[in-house]
Design a binder for this molecule. Structure first.
Ligand code: NAD
Length: 429
């Protein structure tokens, strides 16, 4: 099929490249000229394992094209995906300005029938709004479906190829939903076709539920700390219950961040309020998440005392491993708080340092994890990159001024850390 993707970010780029990989003819559109220029040179503007090689391969085969000009490439298109950002507005609702700008652009340029599939995470009812916006500018026939995205950054290529499920929502034309479904049939995943509103809700409900699991286990961790239980073992014990499951989001730590959970939880709280539904559980999920980060900082301050004049190493700034995405990353707030309290921060991240450096120029970014620890009064672990898990901790200890580690992701064994001579503080153990 001939496919156009509007918005070539973490979602749009993966969708575009992977659909090209399956043999479709794909054009990825973005308003960011610098991004498009990079992609046309075979350089990925984001860090996502495997994506750059796939961009180069599909550019070479001619199956993918990157452009800022929708008009030039819209002829003959069968499916147009909208994959632009939906950041939170001041009040927590999703800001739809990019989605509606994309819809206007489609309406102004459409030349024949196409299915418009929305992958952006949007409030319930947005599908109808997109339809009306396109209709204002284009009088011909088209359909709008919802096709929410469930990929995980850092594992996006794999998630596209082996999705748990595909959800497609359509109100008026099942043939349109089936056309989009056809694209994914080869992946062998269950395909759920619903109405528009249900598809939009499945996305918010899924992310809200996963965020709830994280705040739940963090609350359990706080009790564990008080009663002498180990939350890592509690989590292991819970996951062995098949009703809970091995992949449950039950790792205690600094809470959720990233470009999705914080804004999607906020938006869901607003959707509930707008519909006069009491969703206190979710409001608490947000509150617990905020408190978890504050408690971590207070713990550091409480144990180190005055931070002015102290040097602190921070490992990991990406909101999670295997991505360079720092949107709502717990590390940003942690580093800002440490600097506000007077500490000097030396930070290390294998791929997100450049992005973070723009946001927190007061932090010093170093290119090796060990360099951050030199003469440090404490090491703070914020993102659980694999390379930290089996690092030579004796070497780390030998370069630090004080062997104190605050582990926000529970990556080390407390007994072994004690044996190595560290003062080791983790979460809920
Ligand atoms: P992103 O910010 O990485 O990418 C969005 C892209 O859209 C940017 O490159 C931007 O320049 C471009 N854009 C904005 N307006 C445009 C327009 N009118 N025309 C063309 N391009 C335009 O965002 P993302 O992380 O890819 O997220 C996109 C959507 O997918 C959001 O709604 C998000 O909630 C949802 N989502 C994201 C993830 C994720 O892990 N990132 C997962 C599932 C769902």
């Amino acid at each position: 099929m001939k496919i156009v993707i509007i918005g070539t970010g973490y979602v749009g780029l993966v969708q575009g490249v992977m659909l090209a990989e399956l043999g479709n003819e794909v054009v990825c559109i973005d308003i960011d000229q610098a991004k498009i220029d990079k992609l046309n040179q075979g350089i990925s503007p984001i860090y996502e394992p495997g994506i750059e090689e796939l961009v180069q391969k599909n550019l070479k085969s001619g199956r993918i094209k990157f452009s800022t000009d929708l008009e030039a490439d819209i002829a003959g298109v069968e499916i147009i995906f909208i994959a632009v950002g939906t950041p939170p507005a001041e009040d927590g609702r999703a800001d739809l300005k990019y989605v509606l700008a994309a819809a206007k652009n489609i309406g102004e340029n459409l030349k024949g029938y196409a299915v418009v599939a929305n992958k952006s995470t949007v409030p319930i009812g947005t599908g109808q709004l997109v339809y009306k916006t396109i209709k204002k500018y284009y009088k011909g026939k088209f359909d709008v479906v919802s096709n929410p995205e469930f990929l995980r950054e850092g594992a996006a290529v794999d998630d596209f190829s082996k999705p748990d499920r595909i959800v497609i929502g359509s109100d008026n034309n099942e043939a349109a939903a089936k056309k989009v479904a056809k694209l994914y049939e080869v992946l062998g995943a269950p395909i759920l076709i619903t109405n528009l509103e249900t598809a939009e809700m499945i996305k918010y409900a899924s992310n809200s539920f996963l965020a709830t699991e994280i705040s739940f286990i963090n609350s359990v961790a706080n009790i564990c700390q008080a009663v002498g239980a180990d939350v890592a073992d509690v989590s292991r014990g819970m996951k062995l219950d098949s009703r809970i499951g091995q992949r449950a989001f039950l790792s205690a730590g600094l809470g959720y961040g990233g470009s999705c959970f914080p804004k999607d939880v906020q938006a869901m709280v607003q959707i509930a309020r707008d519909n006069k539904v009491d969703f206190k559980i979710l409001e608490e999920v947000e509150a617990v998440n905020k408190l978890q980060r504050q408690k971590f900082i207070m713990g550091i301050k409480g144990r180190l005392g005055e931070l002015r004049g102290k040097r602190i190493a921070v490992w990991g700034v990406a909101f999670k491993p295997k991505t360079d995405d720092i949107r709502e990353a717990p590390a940003i707030q942690t580093i800002e708080s440490l600097i506000d309290l007077g500490a000097e921060v030396l930070a290390y991240d294998p791929v997100a340092a450049e992005n973070a450096g723009k946001l927190i120029p007061e932090a010093i970014f170093v290119s090796r994890s060990i360099d951050a620890c030199k003469k440090a009064d404490a090491l703070v672990i914020v993102t659980e990159w694999d390379e930290f898990k089996q690092i030579d901790l004796k070497n780390v200890r030998s370069v630090m001024k004080q062997p104190t580690v605050f582990d926000g992701r529970n990556i080390y064994n407390p007994k072994e850390m004690k044996k190595l001579g560290f003062k080791y503080y983790s979460i809920g153990r």
